[in-house]
Design a protein around this ligand. Sequence first.
Ligand SMILES: [Zn+2]
Length: 115
Amino acid sequence: MKLPEFKSEEEEAEFWDTRSLTDYLDELEEVTLEWSPEKDTCPGCGGQMNENFIDVQLNGLLIPHILQYQCPTCSTIKISEDALLRVNRIDTMIKQYGLAGMILQKMMVEQGIGK
Ligand SMILES: [Zn+2]
């Protein structure tokens, strides 16, 4: 399925509220995410948020190096949108292949015997 062009983040959010990411997995791999400086602005107080990288546990699978923002003023935490997309895709893949399948695939890639 083809992804439409979004005019705003609100429009994109509404779109994803009513659709499943799984229908667009092929499209998502083609998407290049752009950096926008507004993304590290705190939604709570409007202040500048600090970036840091965390490891996330998802259904027993460790996803390293997830970018999150933390506000030093009001302690609001948010995860970057590209990291969220990544987590959502991994979550979808776990549901599709099962965790054992994911780990096996990762091991095969690391050992150069699979893709
Ligand atoms: Zn804040």
